[in-house]
Design a binder for this molecule. Structure first.
Ligand SMILES: Cc1cc2nc3c(=O)[nH]c(=O)nc-3n(C[C@H](O)[C@H](O)[C@H](O)COP(=O)(O)O)c2cc1C
Length: 390
């Protein structure tokens, strides 16, 4: 029995990733901003929602297939953009993209990825989504959009909630960087994580390849880090959606919405879908969990646009609760990142399989046969779910 066969839950996957990935990169994933209160709330608030069990319903021929921004998916999830995935395991973005493609759900590549848009396109056969951070250097942003278009990316995910970085204490204490600095502490970590180290020796992809070589003044690695951190454009606003959408020519999904008014703004300015997200609790510490605000955002714009959500989804049960509260689908951040760290492509495949099984069996226990029929009637009203009609 292999290590991954013993992984039955995403919690198990996280524990395995912790054993395999050097501390600074594992901590980078398992961290939120400041007190990490919002990071914890994302997970905890799912536990406050109870399902309504129904029995004696024909549960044959179940389906959890759906569509996201017009494309069929095996299960209504996509991988969330996660920076540095290629530091969880060598070529992590390519591995995750391949697993997502085989499973039949979209992979989203972060601007801050180790493997570039072209690396992922060359190593996959289905279109993926590209997540855009808007930088001050608009020529660079234009070229990024053009590269995503040339790689036939099927959607652009425009992240609006990270023009300034929320402070994450673990990263500061660990001195997180890509490529890692070879301090004595890090060399010791590599000796304890030989599989990770061997993988990294086998690839030349060690830094932000969407950026390196694509901008003047960021040629060598120390300049690249400085360039990147000074580049997030603080003037980003709703009007930027229009030119980005026009340049890309395909669907633009606006990510980082936590307020109904912002959701309305995004829709008015042309968003084809939105992602209710607090960046996995990594930005505004003290903000509510995403599952808590999801219903009011669905009330505000659910009739006009596709509402996706992310934050805290670690099981098929969590996914079904989000769908019951009005999400069309969900993005998976840490669930996928732990899969990459624990077992590369096979780890992501296993993570998705765990969610598939949980979603399918839970659907049956709810007395439903088609995920499209899941709704408010499948959960109990409570303090968290106080929307009318629940
Ligand atoms: C390690 C890590 C890196 C991330 N990097 C990005 C990124 O580059 N771009 C982005 O839009 N969101 C990024 N996010 C946020 C995720 O896309 C997503 O919103 C969040 O992880 C969802 O919460 P979950 O991890 O609980 O599923 C990152 C999240 C994590 C955990």
């Amino acid at each position: 029995m292999g290590e991954l066969d013993r992984v039955l839950t995403i919690e198990d996957m996280k524990a395995l990733a912790k054993r395999k990935v050097p501390k600074q990169f594992f901590d980078y994933v398992d961290s939120g901003a400041w007190t990490e209160g919002t990071y914890r709330a994302n997970e905890d608030d799912f536990r406050k929602i109870s399902f309504r069990q129904r029995v004696a319903v024909d549960m044959d021929n179940r389906s959890i297939a759906s569509t996201l921004v017009g494309h069929p998916v095996a299960m209504p999830v996509a991988t969330a953009p996660v920076g540095f995935l290629g530091m969880q395991s060598a070529d992590g973005e390519i591995k995750a993209a391949r697993a997502a493609e085989k499973f039949g759900v979209p992979f989203t590549l972060s601007t801050m990825s180790i493997c570039s848009i072209e690396d992922v396109a060359e190593n996959t056969s289905r279109p993926f989504w590209f997540q855009l951070y808007v930088m001050r250097d608009r020529d660079f942003v234009n070229r990024l959009i053009d590269r995503a278009k040339a790689a036939k990316c099927s959607a652009l995910v425009l992240t609006m909630d990270l023009q300034i970085l929320g402070q994450r204490h673990k990263d500061l204490r660990n001195g997180m960087s890509a490529p890692p600095k070879f301090t004595p502490k890090f060399v010791f970590e590599m000796m304890r994580k030989p599989g990770w180290a061997m993988g990294m020796l086998g690839t030349n992809r060690h830094t932000f390849r969407n950026i390196a070589g694509h901008v003047d003044g960021a040629g060598d690695l120390s300049k690249l880090a400085a360039w990147t951190s000074s580049q997030f454009d603080p003037t980003l606003n709703w009007r930027d959606i229009a030119w980005i959408k026009e340049r890309f020519g395909g669907p633009v999904i606006v990510k980082g919405i936590l307020d109904p008014d912002d959701a309305r703004q995004a829709v008015q300015h042309g968003a084809d879908a939105i992602v209710v997200s607090n960046h996995g609790g990594r930005q505004l510490d003290g903000a509510p969990s995403t599952i808590r605000v999801l219903p009011e955002i669905v009330d505000a714009v659910g009739a006009q646009t596709e509402v996706l959500m992310d934050g805290g989804i670690r099981s098929g049960q969590d996914l079904l609760k989000a769908i019951a509260l009005g999400a069309k689908g969900a993005l998976l951040g840490r669930t996928i990142a732990f899969g990459v760290g624990a077992g590369g492509e096979a780890g992501v495949a296993r993570a998705l399989e765990i969610l598939r099984k949980e979603t399918d069996i839970t659907l049956a226990l709810l007395g439903e046969r088609d995920i499209h029929n899941v709704g408010p009637h499948n959960i109990y009203a409570n303090e968290l779910v106080k929307r009318q009609g629940y």
